[in-house]
Design a protein around this ligand. Structure first.
Ligand SMILES: Nc1nc2c(c(=O)[nH]1)N[C@H]1C(S)=C(S)[C@@H](COP(=O)(O)O)O[C@H]1N2
Ligand SMILES: [Mo]
Length: 234
């Protein structure tokens, strides 16, 4: 019940209020699940509607940035996929004009910005880090992505998958991050790049991205398929 409880209180509804609203017996597991799913989808819609396309996440000073950033994934760091610049190609799909695959060299020659922001993981930890890379919006424009489409999706070398709405994709702080603490992204943090999205919870920051696609169909997410909210903004 933990996750459901958090969602409920986050949404500002008590379990009792929900029971009254839905008229379902709290001991009836299936109808509780259905009611919760409804609240969760409602929350996603409200959050998407109030998302400010240019409202910035807080930024921090150099001194506040952690040098030794914490690792997280659904498996141990020793199992991280090892991608090499010789073999790696970023594949492009969906509503994009120029779908030529990108090498690491070409990606790393894109114009870059640095940001110091807070990463928040739902598992109960957060950390301030310094990331450097290209705003995803700049890249999407360069490859002729249809930015009137609704979503951008990501597939990763470890089987992970995620997706974000176009407003978040075009947000100035949404980066294809190539560096962490001024060093090329280490393998365990997603080499050759991760999406760094300070307006989203940690799990919506995919690492080891191998495909970017543009679509009108809401992309699935690894943790969303396991019960977390799709929007998951912070
Ligand atoms: N490909 C991939 N990306 C992922 C994950 C994962 O398991 N695989 N875990 C997510 C979660 S839950 C978190 S908190 C962050 C952790 O990123 P870090 O290892 O750079 O701290 O990566 C996110 N992106
Ligand atoms: Mo996370």
């Amino acid at each position: 019940m933990d996750l459901e409880r958090r969602r409920l209180f986050g949404g500002g509804l008590s379990l009792g209020a929900l029971t009254m609203l839905t008229g379902c017996d709290i001991s009836d597991h299936d109808s509780v699940q259905r009611a919760l799913a409804l609240v969760s989808r409602f929350n996603d819609r409200v959050q998407a509607a109030i998302f400010g396309p240019n409202k910035l996440a807080p930024t921090f000073s150099e001194a506040e940035a952690v040098k030794d950033f914490r690792y997280n994934a659904w498996y141990g760091p020793e199992k991280s996929p090892v991608l090499t610049s010789a073999d790696y190609r970023l594949m492009l799909a969906g509503q994009i004009k120029d779908k030529t695959p990108w090498t690491v060299e070409k990606l790393y020659s894109l114009p870059q910005v640095t940001q110091i922001t807070r990463h928040v993981c739902v598992e109960g930890w957060n950390m301030i880090g310094k990331w450097t890379g290209t705003p995803l919006g700049v890249f999407l424009n360069q490859i002729g992505a249809d930015t009137t489409a609704k979503y951008v999706g990501f597939e990763c070398a470890d089987g992970y998958y995620e997706g974000i709405d176009m407003a978040t994709a075009m947000h100035p702080q949404t980066l294809m991050a190539f560096k962490l603490s001024d060093n090329i992204l280490p393998t365990r943090h997603g080499y050759p790049f991760k999406l760094r999205i300070p307006t989203k919870l940690g799990f919506k920051n995919p690492k080891f991205v191998t495909t970017i696609y543009v679509t009108n169909q809401q992309p699935k997410g690894f943790w969303t398929d396991r019960g977390y909210n799709w929007f998951s903004g912070i």
